[in-house]
Design a protein around this ligand. Structure first.
Ligand SMILES: [Zn+2]
Length: 161
């Protein structure tokens, strides 16, 4: 059973039927928060031996911004909501998010990587001269994050708008 933090309603669903916010599994209260709404951090693209890709979170960042209790988090990418399950492998090294399922059940990460042509750091540097970087902005600490691609082009620093 899960509980909505906003209206306290109990439900089996991941999202509160009334408030539409993420619900939480029951358990002891969490330790003091280590992050706040509006905080942000950077991640890079990970590529596995089978050429599958994911989002790699630096380990120190992971421990500060994520909680083992959450089990799953919500990310907003390109205006869409997707659920990422943080399995046991996320708590090893490297910490990688490999899939993010949208409301339609599709893996939004694959779509996202293809759309922005995101590559792991070495490959990105070689092909584009930049390190593809994702900025995670905390919407709700340890639960909801807005993800944006940082496109660092040298000319951006000098543009007037
Ligand atoms: Zn609710």
């Amino acid at each position: 059973m899960r509980t909505c933090n906003r209206c306290r309603q109990e439900t089996n669903q991941m999202f509160c039927p009334t408030c539409r916010v993420l619900t939480h599994p029951e358990g002891p209260p969490e330790a003091a928060p280590t992050s706040a709404a509006g905080d942000s951090f950077e991640c890079t693209i990970w590529q596995g031996p089978n050429r599958s890709r994911g989002i790699e979170v630096p380990v120190s960042t992971r421990d500060k911004y994520f909680s083992k209790r959450s089990g799953e988090i919500i990310i907003y990418i390109d205006g869409r909501r997707a659920v990422v399950k943080l399995g046991s492998s996320f708590w090893k090294k490297p910490a990688v998010m490999k899939k993010a399922f949208g409301d339609n059940g599709k893996d939004e990460l694959i779509i996202f990587f293809e759309k922005h042509h995101l590559l792991p750091p070495q490959q990105s540097l070689k092909e584009k001269g930049i390190v593809d970087t994702l900025v995670f902005e905390v919407v709700t600490p340890k639960e909801e994050f807005k993800v944006t691609v940082v496109e660092k082009h040298e000319s951006d620093e000098y543009s007037s708008d």
